[in-house]
Design a binder for this molecule. Structure first.
Ligand SMILES: *Cc1c(COP(=O)(O)O)cnc(C)c1O
Length: 379
């Protein structure tokens, strides 16, 4: 079926439903076999031979993710950070990566601990200002890595402007699309070369699968490198995880709508609360990135950060008061979670000590507001 002209709700359901197994099952079966019987020609590159190289459930998932992101190819991984390591490792030795100042702390840790050993350098810049970005690129900048909204401060980067600029200096753009998801942002549409995901979050959506992916706009030589490292270093997801993730993705657009809708209402509630000093949510009209977010995104996502009117200890005690909202890290589940973000990050974290990061789930909005109200105090 040609899904190119179809909408995301349709793609999410049908791009993962191949009927090539011959069993006539409506839903693709889970195939756990690690190896496949050779035919009389012996080992044939490209066939199903051994599960690390290729297996039906991973292939289905990769086709589904590529379609969702409007890319030509996808490589699935066992986690988001595995996907990140591969996308960095695929660069030539001597390359430089430019990243945003505000960034998922796991990406920062990965850079700090491993990337230099691969002969790759990196630096950070303010991606909300293209003039600053232009000053901060280096002669050997080969990749610009974007996170928008960023984690945990929700800074917004203009993806189209960034991609146009990157093309002029022959650098690749890789967007971590974990937070906005393809429901709210399509980086490839704006010119990104690569999209990276922690599928652990919204795509899985139920806090029970760890996974990652890289989607490439073009099935080119750089993607071949990614694909080779995927198979050769073996940080691949199991068929069971691929099957379950594909299952979850079928309802993901509708979940994402609910996250967008609830988060907008929660952000509006928090913005008016006297115990809240500041709310970071790009859907609020006074957010500095609101206009860009509105033009490039179709929804503002389910993540909100805000500053509580108190010190670290008082902030931690508020986080402990909710009954419905679970005190936990990570994000993107159907259940709402929140955390004192600084405690989850490494010692050199610059996240404000009174920042609470909230992943707004799919509970009824009235119940969420009630829970927030008893934790923060009535207005
Ligand atoms: C969670 C997360 C990652 C890392 O993914 P894992 O699946 O935990 O390895 C990367 N980027 C962002 C924005 C994330 O939220």
């Amino acid at each position: 079926m040609n899904l190119k002209s179809k909408k995301i709700e349709t793609i999410a359901i049908h791009a993962g439903l191949g009927h090539e197994s011959g069993s006539r099952a409506v839903v693709p079966p889970l195939e756990l076999s690690t190896n496949y019987v050779h035919d009389e020609r012996g080992y044939q590159e490209g066939d199903f031979i051994y599960t690390r190289d290729k297996n039906p459930n991973r292939l289905q998932l990769e086709n589904l993710l590529a379609s969702l992101e409007m890319g030509e190819a996808c490589a699935a991984f066992s986690s988001g950070v595995a996907a990140l390591s591969v996308v960095f490792q695929a660069l030539d030795e001597g390359s430089h990566i430019l990243l945003p100042n505000d960034l998922y702390h796991g990406t920062r840790n990965l850079l700090k601990k491993y990337v230099q050993r691969w002969g790759i350098s990196y630096s950070f810049t303010n991606m909300t200002d293209m003039d600053v970005v232009k000053e901060d690129v280096r002669k050997n900048t080969r990749m610009i890595f974007v996170e928008t909204p960023s984690n945990p401060m929700l800074h917004i980067t203009d993806v189209e402007k960034m991609c146009n600029f990157a093309k002029s200096i022959k650098a690749l753009v890789c967007v971590d699309n974990t937070w906005p998801t393809p429901m709210n942002l399509n980086p490839i549409y704006y010119g990104a070369d690569l999209v990276m995901h922690s599928t652990t979050k919204y795509l899985a959506g139920h806090s029970d699968i760890l996974g990652g992916a890289i989607i490439a706009a073009k099935k080119d030589e750089f993607f071949e490198r990614i694909s080779e490292i995927q198979k050769g270093q073996g940080a691949v997801p199991s068929p069971r995880d691929c099957w379950l993730l594909s299952r979850s993705i079928r309802s993901f657009p509708y979940r994402m709508r609910g996250h967008n809708e609830n988060a907008m209402k929660v952000a509006e509630y928090l913005a008016e609360h006297p115990k809240v000093r500041e709310v970071y949510y790009p859907g609020l009209p006074d957010h500095p990135g609101h206009d860009i977010a509105r033009s490039q995104m179709s929804g503002f996502g389910g993540m909100i950060s805000f500053l509580y009117d108190g010190d670290a200890k008082e902030t931690l005690s508020v986080v402990a008061k909710t009954k419905l909202i679970t005190r936990a890290t990570s994000l993107g589940g159907v259940e709402s979670t929140w955390e004192h973000r600084r405690s989850s990050e490494s010692e050199d974290s610059t996240t404000p000590e009174n920042l609470i990061r909230l992943s707004v789930g799919l509970e009824h909005i009235d119940d969420l507001i009630k829970d927030l109200s008893q934790a923060l105090g009535k207005k």
